[in-house]
Design a protein. Sequence first.
Length: 243
Amino acid sequence: MKIELLPIKTRIVHPPKDEIWDIIDNLEVKDGDIIFITSKIVAIHQGYTVSKDKAAKEDLIRQEAERMITYRNPTGNYSVNLTVAHGVLIPAAGIDESNADNHYILWPRNIDEFCREVRARLMKKHGLKKLGVVVTDSHTTPLRWGVTGLAIGLAGVEPLEDIRGKKDLFGREMRLTQVDMIDPLAAMAVNTMGENNECTPIVIMRGDFKIKYSDKASMDNFKIEPDYDLYRPLLEALPKVED
């Protein structure tokens, strides 16, 4: 399987609001490509930003989070807010300050819908039959340094491969396993985008993917309800944010 990653360098996308259709509409894509777009420029496109002069980050985190716990980082004199927000375990409810020009960047909204709109525009323009669009963000992994990428919205590609009922090498039937097909690709794309001043918020991935294309694909079928999650005991240890 050969995969090519094509980083797309763009103009700077400026908070508080800056439409990005001029960037999207100029993408050169081919049948079978998957487009990865960082959540930051999607949030700015939608206007989900707040000036630092108008709000405190702690208040915004409480506004965005469903569960939250604050603690003092032992390696430095600052507080960490670990949250569950938008169906993801993530620091600070996903609120970002980097490359934000004195703004807080919140998570975008209706992300699958945005992905479907991008996909429809580009498929029509280029006469395509198969195209994936994925919005990404960076997150941390427990017991690991560093950040990696994950998908937070998508259209056109199925995020899971269900291998329940299939047999392993010794004939044992798989009962629980489903394979996350999209986050590994998102991690590759985010690594290519960079985390600093690269100004590369989009990556086109091209090649022979072991992935299914679908007009009905959605993040809704990808997320686990907390009650069924393997990490339920840890998630329940985070207090709910009161209204």
